[in-house]
Design a protein around this ligand. Structure first.
Ligand SMILES: [Zn+2]
Length: 350
């Protein structure tokens, strides 16, 4: 393990400069600086205190706090080492950290510009309003129930429904800029909601949705079944399994929700494409049970994953069904899956 001198990093990259880089306006208040906290819905009240003298920050509302590394980790939903590279603008080298000005981050405008506090607030607001709507929309609720999902998983995964006419008024009411919602892909240039008419599944990191994918609930023929927000597609369900030794890998959102509702640690690729980032993340598990779809694309992706991940990856698609989600509405589905998994000498984490 390389040695990282965090004290040097903190002195070379002052907390107030890094916080401001995320578009958070800080105003002096005595010997501290105060701004709006990006980690809770603050209703316009600044609660984020930044202390240049101790190189730390603290929110008096949501009780989040720490140093500059913790701030970047939390706001971007990334790990310690990644946060350090982000702050220094350098990949970590074997000799430790070589400092460069943070302004190098400006070379990645797509990432930084698309996810400022306003954009994140819009994403969170959209996930909130969609989630609230799902629980009151009979059509959407009937759809997810028909897929065999119980209310507990809808709640814990903050599944939502985009009615298509609520987001703009909601953003206005919350005082959030429609421009930010447009930049993050929630709204189109014509003002239409990207997710309109879809059941919406957020990927949540550190309590904050970082990406959304939506599925049509009807049989609209001209619309793609699944639609994600633009930007990097994450592995769905990362936080709940990142500390596991073994995890199931599935293709679809509903495969993942099915396993989640059964208490089985699972990640969804959301498709069959596996990015190199995703591969690197998957390589941390000791065991990967590949339960991709029972079709040509699923088998091809399984093969690729096995080549890339080696012995840790085992093909485990349940036989006789198109995918794991097909088992969900079946009253015997969970038992069928458990028998299949046990037969493969696995113990389900129930
Ligand atoms: Zn806060």
């Amino acid at each position: 393990m390389k040695r990282i001198d965090t004290e040097v990093l903190k002195s070379e990259h002052p907390i107030e400069e890094v916080v401001a880089r995320y578009g958070i306006e800080l105003r002096p208040s005595g010997r501290t600086l105060v701004g709006r906290c990006p980690f809770h819905n603050d209703g316009g009240r600044p609660n984020l205190y930044v202390y240049p003298a101790t190189r730390s920050w603290y929110c008096y509302r949501c009780a989040a706090g720490g140093d500059v590394i913790g701030f970047v980790q939390r706001i971007e939903g990334i790990g310690f080492l990644e946060a350090i590279s982000r702050i220094t603008g350098e990949r970590l080298l074997p000799s430790g950290i070589r400092s460069r000005p943070v302004t190098r981050a400006a070379r990645h405008p797509a990432r930084t510009a698309a996810r400022g506090p306003a954009e994140r607030a819009c994403l969170a607001a959209a996930a909130d309003i969609y989630h609230n709507r799902l629980l009151t929309d009979p059509v959407a609720l009937a759809y997810v129930e028909g897929r065999g999902l119980d209310p507990a998983v809808l709640e814990s995964c903050r599944i939502g429904y985009a009615s298509g006419d609520e987001l703009i008024p909601y953003l206005r009411w919350r005082g959030l800029p429609a421009g930010a919602a447009l930049r993050v892909g929630l709204l189109g240039r014509d003002g239409r909601e990207h997710m309109a008419g879809r059941v919406v599944v957020p990927e949540i990191r550190a309590g904050q949705p970082i990406w959304l994918v939506g599925r049509t609930v009807g049989s609209e023929e001209d619309a793609p079944k699944y639609l994600g927000l633009p930007g990097r597609k994450p592995l769905l369900g990362w936080e709940a399994v990142s500390a596991e030794r073994a995890v199931w890998l599935v293709e679809g959102v509903f495969d993942w929700l099915t396993l989640r509702s059964w208490g089985v640690p699972a990640l969804a690729l959301v498709g069959t494409h596996v990015s190199s980032d995703a591969l690197r993340s998957l390589a941390r598990f000791e065991r990967l049970y590949l339960a991709l779809d029972n079709d040509e694309a699923g088998r091809a992706a399984t093969e690729k994953l096995m080549q890339a991940l080696g012995e840790r990856a085992l093909p485990m698609t349940p036989p006789g069904v198109k995918d794991v989600a097909e088992l969900a509405p079946d009253p015997e589905g969970r038992a069928t899956f458990a028998r299949f998994a046990e037969r493969e000498e696995l113990v389900l984490a129930a």
